[in-house]
Design a protein around this ligand. Structure first.
Ligand SMILES: Nc1ncnc2c1ncn2[C@@H]1O[C@H](COP(=O)(O)OP(=O)(O)OP(=O)(O)O)[C@@H](O)[C@H]1O
Ligand SMILES: [Mg+2]
Length: 498
């Protein structure tokens, strides 16, 4: 269906793709894997007509083409879903679903009744429970993603490109999307799928192309290639010690939360304590209140209740106040809250310590430059230069800056929401190591994650949220993923259910 040959793409200071070949067939799900910054999104954008290659050949159905624009690619039936919804916030759900192909009445503009009926049909078929008249900007991120998926899969397509489309979806929405993908595949659609969750690729794709530093290192058949082999191809070395367990010596209570609840009702009164050196994992489905726990502690949503850090009352009225109280928060939505998108990598790092460096009244440029260089090295950020705009980095590398910026401060409490989203398997273990290091140096850490395996690997204790409150609490050692899933789904610990 699509054949890319010898694709090369350079950006200032980097060769993002170097002579890459990729062939996609109708009715086949083809995975694209590689570390952060290896060139996956760049290749996907070239296949989607969003980016022109510097060299190479593109053939659609055996005919050489230039995919001049996403519109032209769309006309050829090439549809993309990415991690961040690209919807028009002020338009309704129905308009977003059919944007660019709105049903029209002769001479009289948009056929609103038909638009609504068509939208309803698509939403019902995909079991998206939302009023088609609502403005998209008013919906939760989860619903926006569902609308985005509905839009993509309802447009007539021959090639569907998923660039980390599942990385911020709940498990339920992920499996619904993967069902739809399988349905489209069986009807002859070609699929290109990028995901850092290897189990999703193994369950869905039949072949994988591995990129490393912009080069294609291998094409492998999927179910028959062991995961360890795939990872070795991606990172170029053996990866052991994935999670580094350490002996946890409980210290004094650092964070004491009592009756904390969010004003929107999603988080019901919650009481918990986190001790010095402890990592507490928080699990739960979408809408369980686990996200709101993070947002409330980070001062990002209005909340009530008592929160103390080392016995001192924390002010959670706004993010800056929470930070001043010693609570560092990394939200799961880096676009919304975490990055300074128009600034450089260096500037994004230096907000972590500017207070310190300017204390003398003057910014010490040399020590500033040295610290930025050290941070880029420590967090293994792939960037052509510290002056590069943060948004020019690959998704995973942006996430490393977001985390590094918080780790660089000497904070008593760290609250990390989906910290390894979009991070490749090699960089993940590095981030777990950094988390443990922060814990060992005395921080109390809360990790909120929808990946239970990750929580079991790094946390000392696991809390499971259900309908806004903690319904299960377990030491992580020896805990099975199923036990956590059981509480997350039913709200009842297994022992009591039996
Ligand atoms: N618009 C751009 N301007 C400059 N450099 C870019 C731009 N887009 C990508 N790059 C660079 O090209 C390289 C490949 O990036 P790409 O986004 O394709 O990686 P990726 O494999 O998708 O990584 P990730 O897993 O982190 O999403 C990186 O070094 C990145 O910094
Ligand atoms: Mg990418």
């Amino acid at each position: 269906m699509l054949r890319l040959t010898g694709i090369t793409k350079r950006f200032p200071g980097v060769v993002a793709l170097d002579g890459v070949d990729l062939t996609l067939h109708a009715g086949v799900v083809h995975a694209l894997t590689g570390e952060n910054g290896s060139g996956k999104s760049t290749l996907a954008r070239i296949a989607a007509g969003a980016l022109a290659p510097d060299a190479g050949r593109i053939e659609v159905d055996g005919v050489a083409r230039t995919l001049g624009s996403p519109k032209q690619a769309l006309a050829l039936g090439i549809v993309t879903i990415t991690q961040e919804p690209m919807l028009a916030p002020t338009l309704s759900v129905a308009e977003n679903l059919f944007i660019g192909r709105l049903p029209r009445r002769r001479m009289r503009g948009i056929h609103w009744t038909k638009l609504r009926a068509d939208a309803r049909e698509v939403l019902d078929r995909l079991r998206v429970h939302v009023d088609e008249r609502r403005a998209v900007g008013q919906l939760s991120l989860e619903l926006q993603q569902q609308v985005e998926i509905a839009r993509a899969v309802s447009s007539p397509s021959r090639l569907l490109i998923l660039d980390e489309a599942t990385s911020s979806l709940s498990q339920a929405t992920t499996s619904r999307l993967l069902e739809v993908v399988e349905h489209l595949r069986s009807r002859g659609v070609a699929v290109l799928m990028i995901s850092h969750r290897l189990h999703e690729l193994y369950g869905t794709a039949s072949t994988a192309t591995v990129l490393r530093d912009g080069r294609r290192v291998a094409d492998v058949p999927l179910p028959s290639t062991p995961e360890s082999e795939l990872v070795r191809l991606m990172v170029g070395r053996e990866l052991r010690d994935y999670y580094r367990k350490r002996a946890f010596e409980p210290g004094e209570t650092v964070l004491a939360v009592e009756g904390l609840r969010s004003r929107d009702g999603m988080l019901r009164p919650t009481t918990l304590r986190v001790r010095r050196g402890e990592i507490v994992g928080v699990a739960g489905l979408a809408g369980s209140g686990k996200a709101e726990l993070g947002l409330a502690l980070g001062g990002a949503i209005p909340s009530e209740g008592s929160v103390r850090v080392h016995g001192r009352p924390a002010d959670l009225s706004q993010p800056r106040a929470a930070l001043a109280s010693g609570i560092g928060f990394v939200p799961d939505d880096r676009k919304r809250a975490a990055l300074l998108p128009t600034r450089s990598v260096a500037e994004n790092f230096s907000v972590a310590w500017t207070g310190e460096l300017t204390r003398a009244g003057l910014l010490d440029l040399r020590s500033e430059r040295r610290r930025v260089a050290a941070a880029i090295e420590r967090y293994d950020v792939l960037t052509a230069s510290p002056q590069r705009r943060i948004t020019a980095l690959s998704g995973g590398n942006q996430q490393k800056v977001v985390l590094g910026r918080v780790f660089e401060r000497d904070l008593d409490v760290l609250v990390l929401s989906e910290p390894t989203r979009g991070i490749d398997i090699g960089a993940k273990s590095e981030i777990y190591r950094l988390m443990q290091e922060r814990a060992e140096r005395g921080a109390a850490i809360i990790v909120i994650s929808s990946e239970v395996a990750e929580l079991l690997g790094i946390a000392d204790r696991i809390l499971v949220f259900f309908r806004g409150e903690v319904r299960g609490e377990f030491p992580a050692a020896g805990l099975e993923e199923e036990q956590v899933a059981h509480v997350a789904v039913s709200g009842v610990p297994r022992e009591r259910a039996a």
